[in-house]
Design a binder for this molecule. Structure first.
Ligand SMILES: NC(=O)c1ccc[n+]([C@@H]2O[C@H](COP(=O)([O-])OP(=O)(O)OC[C@H]3O[C@@H](n4cnc5c(N)ncnc54)[C@H](OP(=O)(O)O)[C@@H]3O)[C@@H](O)[C@H]2O)c1
Length: 227
């Protein structure tokens, strides 16, 4: 029996690295991306339209994935944005995008996938949160608020899903070497987390048994006290 994983934003960055890793490990995949035509599928990897700003997109993606693969064992909510909204600067209307894409869309996908994850008996949800979901260091409070909410969402999945064998993890990296942070930091290349290393962690999180669950995984490429 092949396990089936859904990954949002799998066309580039962290999501693409996770998709490559899980495909190599034998997972069946249903990728959720904004432009499916731009991503090549295979007989074991289907590609679905998923725009986080479309309220119905999550339920549609889940239904298509079940139709294609028959089951869902893992959901990786990875798609996200990080426009700057500070307390003293930045366009306040961007808060809507931050919460719609980073928080409300994963909430909806989880809702739609829960019955299938329960049926798996060892369902897994990994939400790409951030160290910005654990502490406030930079000045993008909009992003920080959204990622703190993602951590809360993850704990809600644990609360509801635990008796059904569902285990959820908030994956909380610092700066990762992707487009999202290009030009927005002063770290040296060797201080950046590589997407492939996060993908290794995702594979481990999915493989651990129900009796060895990691609620939050904090990952850093530079020294910070306690992180
Ligand atoms: N990079 C970091 O330093 C870092 C650190 C901590 C946490 N994270 C989190 O990790 C996740 C992945 O980030 P990344 O670094 O891989 O970023 P990235 O390279 O910028 O990729 C972002 C992904 O999200 C997708 N996306 C954006 N808006 C979307 C929408 N409305 N609907 C569907 N998909 C959408 C993008 O699709 P398109 O290609 O269509 O735009 C892309 O696939 C995010 O949740 C981010 O907050 C990143």
């Amino acid at each position: 029996m092949h396990r089936v994983a859904l990954i949002s934003g799998a066309n580039r960055g962290i999501g693409a690295a996770v998709a490559r890793r899980l495909a190599a490990a034998g997972w069946r995949l249903a990728l959720g991306v904004r432009r499916p035509a731009a991503v090549a599928g295979t007989d074991t990897c289907t590609v679905h339209r998923y725009d986080a700003l479309d309220r119905d997109a999550g339920a549609r993606w889940v239904a298509e994935a079940v139709a294609a693969h028959g089951r869902i064992d893992a959901l990786i909510n990875n798609a996200g944005v990080a426009p700057h909204v500070g307390l003293e600067d930045g366009d306040e209307s961007l808060l809507d995008d931050l919460f719609d894409i980073n928080v409300k869309a994963p909430f909806r996908v989880i809702r739609a996938a829960l019955p299938h994850l329960k049926a798996s008996g060892r369902g897994r949800v990994i939400n790409l949160a951030s160290l910005s979901g654990k502490r406030v260091l930079g000045l993008n409070v909009g992003y920080q608020m959204s990622k703190h909410a993602v951590v809360a969402l993850t704990h809600a999945v644990r609360r509801v899903g635990w008796p059904h064998g569902i285990r959820a993890t908030a994956l909380c990296p610092g700066y990762v070497d992707t487009d999202l942070i290009a030009g927005k930091h002063d770290l040296t290349p060797d201080e950046l987390i590589q997407p492939e290393d996060l993908a290794r962690m995702v594979e481990l999180l999915l493989d651990l048994p129900n009796s060895a669950s990691i609620a939050e995984l904090l990952v850093n490429g530079r020294y910070e006290t306690m992180l």
